[in-house]
Structure formats: structure tokens, C-alpha cells
Design a protein around this ligand. Sequence first.
Ligand code: HEM
Length: 127
Amino acid sequence: GKKTVPYDVIGGEKLGRLVDAFYKRVAKHPDLIQIFPEDLTEVARKQKQFLTQFLGGPPLYTEEHGHPMLRARHLPHEITPKRAKAWLSCMSGAMDEVGLEGEVRDFFFSRLVLTAQHMVNTPDQVP
Ligand code: HEM
């Protein structure tokens, strides 16, 4: 049959709950909230589309917005190593909340670590 992709395990309803749990944390995180818009509805909608294709599901993000070019799309925002850490900690908390565990979580999270590192475009503020 068809090759199994992580989207088959995580995708759809569970992915939607994960992204909602993630932005709930972003909205409360002191290192993140100042660079995100007050209304997170649209970014959450785009993130569900992006992660669907990131995990091997249908290319929903590209169909609506074109090539992701994620690093370029993040350049208007100051993404520091500290913010990348904060982003990943929100995601880890969200994964706990929706009960995403085991091999599929480890695989997904390790790919997000690499992507988050790639988004960094500004050094941490030196005190
Ligand atoms: C958009 C921050 C990492 C996927 C955004 C926006 C901010 C942001 C501020 C724009 C929100 C808006 O004004 O609409 C960050 C920070 C990161 C990070 C601080 C830490 C490293 C990531 C990662 C991914 C990702 C790892 C994917 C796995 C997206 C997507 C969008 C977005 C898909 C929407 C792009 C669009 O407008 O089409 N992010 N991000 N981000 N981010 Fe991130």
C-alpha cells in the first residue's frame, strides 16, 4: 500500500488541537508575545496548513500561500536564540497537553528543533 507518513499518525483533528494548544502558550509567553499579533487566529490557521504538509500530508499551505520560504517570511521579526527556545518550549508543552508521545513525537520535535534554529536571524541581546 501507500507509504505511511507522520501525518497519518498525527494529522487532522489532533494536529488542530496541537496548534491551538501551542498558540495558547505563545499568547502567554513573555519572550514571544511582543512579536506576534494580538489576534492569533490567522497565524494558527496558516500553521495548521504548514504543519500538515511538513508532516507529509496534503500541501495545504503551498496551495494557498505559495512556497513556504519560512526563513524569509520570518525576517521581518527578530528571531533570537532565546525566542527559538521559547517557541520550542511552547510546542513541547502543547505536545504534552494533547498526549503526543513516542517515536512520532520525537521525530516531529527533532525536525522542529532544526527548523527553529534555521529561523534565527538576530543574536540574543547582550546585557
Ligand atoms: C509566522 C515567530 C519558528 C512557522 C510567524 C510570525 C512570527 C513567528 C512572529 C508572524 C505572525 C504574524 O504576524 O502573522 C516565530 C518564532 C519562531 C518561529 C519566534 C522561533 C524559532 C517557526 C517554526 C515554524 C514556523 C519552527 C515551522 C515549523 C510559521 C508559519 C508562519 C509563521 C507557517 C505563517 C507564515 C505566513 O505568514 O504565511 N512566526 N516562528 N515558525 N511561522 Fe513562525
